[in-house]
Design a protein around this ligand. Structure first.
Ligand code: GTP
Ligand code: MG
Length: 207
């Protein structure tokens, strides 16, 4: 799938103020600084569509972007950012959990994981929570340009073996870099084919 147009629509703290739920939607989530906003810019061929920063906690709102006048990409705040106030930290954050649990047109949540790190409890807990809540998700490993091929391959094998301790069937996995654009086609193909598969059914359900 090709992205021809991508435009910012709205930012919210409250999912209820998000755009109407009449388009298919894909959201990006993960720890602060994992590269969510950078990945959105890479996928959409923009430098600054989603705001990025070297300091964690940059994205604090639910940000909707309209793609090809057809579907939404959503940039979410990171979880696990120590400096946010206590009230924001309840669970994975009220903004995030209420959005995830209520948004009817959310088709898939991309859970971003830094490919350089050992599996972290917080990410595993988050995916467990998604499983228990029945939210479809896939995993996107980020920042692969920072690793050698060999180290990346070892880390992926190790991560999958940790996932297999919890999940009988592993979620779909993408291996990406916002820097080298690795994985771009795979993520876009997945969204494109899911859109084709679901569009008719989805519109039918809404009418
Ligand atoms: P929050 O909004 O704070 O939750 O962070 P985020 O997950 O949106 O991360 P963001 O995209 O702002 O990126 C954080 C930092 O990582 C920035 O300095 C990016 O330039 C850098 N970064 C993101 N993706 C990549 C990547 O694929 N490769 C490299 N080398 N750096 C990356
Ligand atoms: Mg961000």
């Amino acid at each position: 799938m090709k992205i021809n147009t991508a435009s910012f629509v709205i930012s919210n703290t409250d999912w209820k103020k998000s755009p109407a739920e009449n388009r298919l939607e894909y959201a990006f989530i993960g720890r602060s600084n994992v590269g969510k906003s950078s990945l959105i810019n890479m996928l959409t061929n923009h430098k600054n569509l989603a705001k990025t920063s070297g300091r964690p906690g940059k994205t604090q709102l639910i940000n909707h972007f309209l793609i090809n006048d057809h579907w939404f990409l959503v940039d979410l705040p990171g979880y696990g950012y120590a400096k946010v106030s206590k009230s924001l930290r309840r669970g994975f954050g009220e903004i995030i959990t209420s959005y995830i649990e209520n948004r009817k047109n959310l088709i898939n949540l991309f859970v971003l994981i830094d490919s350089r790190h050992e599996p972290q409890k917080l990410d595993m807990d988050f995916m467990k929570y998604l499983g228990e809540t029945g939210i479809p998700f896939s995993i996107v490993f980020t920042k692969t340009d920072k690793l050698t091929k060999h180290k990346l391959s070892n880390n992926m094998i190790h991560y999958k073996s940790e996932l297999a301790k919890i999940w009988d069937i592993l979620p779909k996995i993408f291996i990406t870099s916002a820097e080298s654009k690795m994985g771009k086609e795979e993520v876009l193909e997945y969204i494109g084919s899911t859109n084709e598969e679901l569009q008719e059914h989805f519109l039918h359900k809404l009418s």
